[in-house]
Ligand binder design. Sequence first.
Ligand SMILES: Cc1cc2nc3c(=O)[nH]c(=O)nc-3n(C[C@H](O)[C@H](O)[C@H](O)COP(=O)(O)OP(=O)(O)OC[C@H]3O[C@@H](n4cnc5c(N)ncnc54)[C@H](O)[C@@H]3O)c2cc1C
Length: 338
Amino acid sequence: MLQEHVALKPFNTFGVAARTRWYAEVTSTTELSTLLADPRVAGLPVLVLGSGSNLLLTRDYDGLVVRYIDDHVRVIAPGRDSHLLEVGAGMNWHRFVDWSLAHGYVGLENLALIPGTIGAAPIQNIGAYGVEVERFINAVEVFDRERRCTTIFKHDFCEFAYRFSRFKRSDERNRYIVINLRFRLPRGAELHLDYPGIREELAAMQIASPTARDVFDAVVRIRRRKLPDPSVIGNAGSFFKNPIVPTAVANALLSTHAAAPNFDAGEGRRKLSAGWLIEQCGLKGYRDGAAGISAQHALVLVNHGNATGADLWRVAQHVQTCVRSRFAITLEPEPVVI
Ligand SMILES: Cc1cc2nc3c(=O)[nH]c(=O)nc-3n(C[C@H](O)[C@H](O)[C@H](O)COP(=O)(O)OP(=O)(O)OC[C@H]3O[C@@H](n4cnc5c(N)ncnc54)[C@H](O)[C@@H]3O)c2cc1C
């Protein structure tokens, strides 16, 4: 089960070369417990890996990389209007969205084609096209590394927010390994068509009364067109979070840049577009050796070939510096940076 000195290049969508001291794949909590008690890895740092699509490795990992690869789907409580489902952390996210629609569940269609696993979905509360996954999460079952047992956290305990959850808190980070996710999925629900681009895509598909499957297809078409494919050019999707700032800061920006996209973020705050800020700095398509910014999408850092994680991190820091000096706004990375 335990392997030493394993290459992580196949396990991160940036495609950067890095190695881990120890690597293991487990399929059950029994195997996980046994692994963590192994004297060769006990006390070492642990990195749980899904598909590595939200990760930048800037160095080798001197610890244990573990992948939890159970991918079962089980209806645990059928209801009249919705069902409670349990899904193993190792299940591919997009495959589950497709499965859910094929089985008559509605809700996850706007989240189609997000790379990665079920286990990683609650970590940053994945979201796209106006929908965040937390809306459908009933509970998260985890293995607690500190107490060495499994626990089920109800939705409210998880502190979900924009690209955030309790699992990203600095005092809790890496303590919990997600093993199952419980979803409450409606059997029929209102579609979310208001996010810019969706209605236009449905119109282009000549669909007047869309079903959830039509929305899924529309989202897939938009994403395929807009986002660079990691199997063609290494990337981790959006590299920076959209900054959420006090309304006064947004107003100051709008007084000089009336076209700056901005959205209500509640509690007297506005969400700005990180992609727009980067584009204004003239960085779309920027390149530093093999690392750079996508010419297709200003928010996406790309590996043109043999960039190292350190090369990509240097580009990320350059972007942060440019945006800070031009707009006095600090961009925060979205992926986990090791
Ligand atoms: C082309 C592209 C487009 C993307 N679009 C979006 C998007 O629209 N919206 C969005 O939100 N994200 C997007 N992402 C980011 C990414 O797909 C998601 O964050 C996804 O959930 C990461 O899944 P993963 O399995 O690859 O996680 P990994 O990259 O392997 O891990 C990410 C983090 O989750 C932790 N983790 C993983 N599995 C577990 C587990 N079982 N238990 C505990 N911790 C775990 C890891 O330790 C790490 O901290 C995109 C990425 C790419 C490459």
